[in-house]
Design a protein around this ligand. Structure first.
Ligand code: WT7
Length: 572
């Protein structure tokens, strides 16, 4: 199991210094001094991200560099301040108060970012939803959060079951006045009526700011709540992991519907005052390289699936573009194959730095740093101020090379503070006193590098997107032909895992390829494209416990041709 391969340090980059020394001496209170709240006790993360720069000499620096096939726009820190102020005033005029949930369901365009920041500025809680969500996914989230306002587009509004959401009082449409239904607000018209000056709501650092829904192995998606204090971690990991320095042009490829797209697609770059590149639209190798080349991107944060797709697109494509501006490359979301790290070094001439964290952790906890050797395949070492360990189910720390629970000593600044309206689920993460249990299994080597092994629950990670099997199963059984369904992740060379569904049909229905496709489309249009099973296999009967729970581990064993293990709880 010992790994001897090393990629040497390329630059010393930022001011982190020697990893070992910094890890020993660092504590979070050093970071807090960078912000005004150390004097006033009150804070607002959107102010710290935008206004602080607009007021201290960086007003004309480009904050947002946006492009999609139809739009090319840039906004300075001053303009971002004004736009987000205007949106804050729009919400205030409508009657939105501190603590209210305001959700945003729209594609990645500048309006999304104005809305996001404006919501936070008035102390409301923002909930960004991924644009690929279909009706059930949207409904579950708006219902559970009791969102009172929603910012969306005319096209996406069709997936919002407004009549079934009694709490949802206000809808703001980003589109033309003609496309804005009676009784709804038009974004542009409301913005125009609003002042560019705003009374910011100064909040306590522990006040709620942001919600992201994420999946577990059972139950509906969980609302993970983050607070303003998370900015401490976004700021410092931005400096030392993303290596953000004055003048950088940074591109994070994630959508704000996922936590990477907020912690590192909004907060980390702007808290550090750098230019943030946002590219709308879908993945395409040429477009991606063009985005790097045209915008002269210096720091690039993406995901293993994207790197694997770029690798599959071939080395010739890379040569068509001048990527010499790129100084630092990072990855998150799923295991980064050593082979991809080697390939990256060869074609980009740069190391790809793996990072590990989760929706619940709010920020990076384990990473490879610019000034540290990389062992390809390892997630790296804990961030200063973070204690990570491999523990057994009783909480005992395990020695190097022993597989166990990847756990983090509580707390850290960006840790989630609640699962919305579900304290029991929240407690499950902290069932071993003093520790946060990630649900990942991993081991540590003798140098303190962490190596990912897998999920300990049934959560599926497909192309870096986290999918709960229960949500997919629930949707599948709504189809008239489906009696029972069990869903697992099946290993896949490009996507990491794909979703595979085992389905038992109702009497009177017959297995066919047409029916498979129909069921697939049913999930795709009802839940979300990324949640639709790529493979469906019909079975007469599914393995279940005597209490009727589908045994996904047996399905997995069938799929992989492995022994099924203990079947004592299985029904006859
Ligand atoms: C799960 C969290 C917040 C980042 C985006 C995903 C897996 C994350 C790595 C990595 C191997 C990783 C874990 C984790 N994961 N980073 N570097 N290597 N696996 O956030 O959707 O909350 O998913 O993603 O299994 O538990 P998420």
């Amino acid at each position: 199991m010992k790994n001897t391969e090393r990629l040497a340090v390329e630059t010393t980059g930022n001011n982190m210094g020697s990893y070992e020394e910094t890890y020993q001496s660092f504590d979070w209170s050093q970071v807090e001094k960078a912000f005004t709240w150390s004097q006033t006790g009150k804070v607002n993360a959107a102010y710290e991200a935008i206004d602080r720069h607009a007021e201290s000499g960086k007003q004309d620096r480009i904050a947002l560099m946006y492009s999609d096939p139809n739009r090319n726009e840039t906004y300075t820190f001053k303009e971002m301040k004004e736009k987000s102020n205007q949106f804050g005033n729009v919400l205030r005029r409508i009657g939105i108060k501190k603590g209210d949930r305001v959700f945003i369901f729209m594609p990645r365009t500048p309006e999304l970012y104005f809305s996001f920041l404006g919501t936070i500025k008035i102390g409301a809680i923002v909930g960004p939803l991924f644009e690929a969500f279909m009706e059930v996914a949207v409904k579950d989230r708006l219902e559970n959060s009791e969102a009172v306002a929603l910012v969306t587009t005319p096209a996406l509004l069709e997936r919002v079951p407004v009549d079934e959401l009694p709490h949802l009082k206000h809808i703001i449409i980003v589109g033309t006045p003609e496309e804005t239904p009676e009784g709804y607000y038009n974004f542009a018209e409301e913005m125009q009526k609003s002042s560019t000056e705003l009374e910011i709501e100064w909040v306590n650092r522990e006040d709620p700011m942001l919600m992201h829904y994420t999946s577990g192995s059972t139950g509906k998606p969980k609302g993970v709540l983050h607070v303003h204090n998370a900015m401490i971690q976004h700021y410092q990991t931005g400096k030392w992991v993303l290596d953000l320095q004055d003048g950088d042009i940074y591109w994070c490829t994630a959508d704000p519907g996922w936590v990477t797209g907020t912690s590192y697609g909004i907060f980390a770059p702007w808290l550090n005052g750098v230019t943030n590149v946002i590219r709308g639209g879908r993945f395409n190798p040429d477009d991606w390289y063009q985005t790097l080349a045209k915008n002269k991107v210096t720091v690039w944060y993406s995901a293993p699936t994207s790197f694997r797709m770029l690798m599959a697109a071939g080395d010739e494509v890379v040569k068509k573009y001048d990527l010499s501006s790129v100084r630092h490359i990072l990855s998150v979301g799923e295991p980064l194959n050593p082979e991809v790290v080697r390939w990256g070094k060869q074609v980009y001439g740069k190391r790809i730095h793996d990072t590990w964290w989760m929706t619940e952790t709010g920020g990076i906890l384990i990473a490879n740093y610019p000034q540290m050797e990389i062992k390809p395949g390892s997630m790296g070492r804990p961030f200063p101020g973070v204690q990570a360990a491999i523990i057994d189910d009783e909480g005992n720390e395990l020695p190097p090379y022993h597989m166990g629970n990847l756990a983090i000593k509580t707390p850290w600044p960006s840790m989630m503070r609640q699962i919305w309206k579900n304290p029991e689920k929240y407690q499950e993460y902290f069932r071993i006193p003093g520790w946060y249990i990630s649900g990942d299994s991993a081991y540590k080597d003798e140098d303190g590098y962490f190596w990912f092994e897998g999920r300990l629950d049934d959560v599926i990670n497909t192309s870096g997107e986290r999918v709960g099997p229960f949500e997919v199963e629930s949707k599948l059984v709504e189809h008239p032909a489906v009696a029972e369904a069990g869903v697992i992740g099946k290993p896949d060379p490009v996507r990491g895992q794909i979703i595979k569904a085992f389905v038992a049909l109702r009497a009177g229905y017959h297995a066919s390829d047409e029916l498979k496709e129909e069921i697939r489309m049913f999930v795709k249009t009802g839940l979300a494209a990324h949640a639709a099973p790529r493979e469906i296999e019909f079975k007469d009967k599914l393995p279940k416990t005597r209490s009727g729970k589908i045994m996904r581990r047996v399905l997995k064993a069938w799929e992989l041709g492995l022994p099924t293990g203990d079947l004592s709880t299985m029904e006859d």
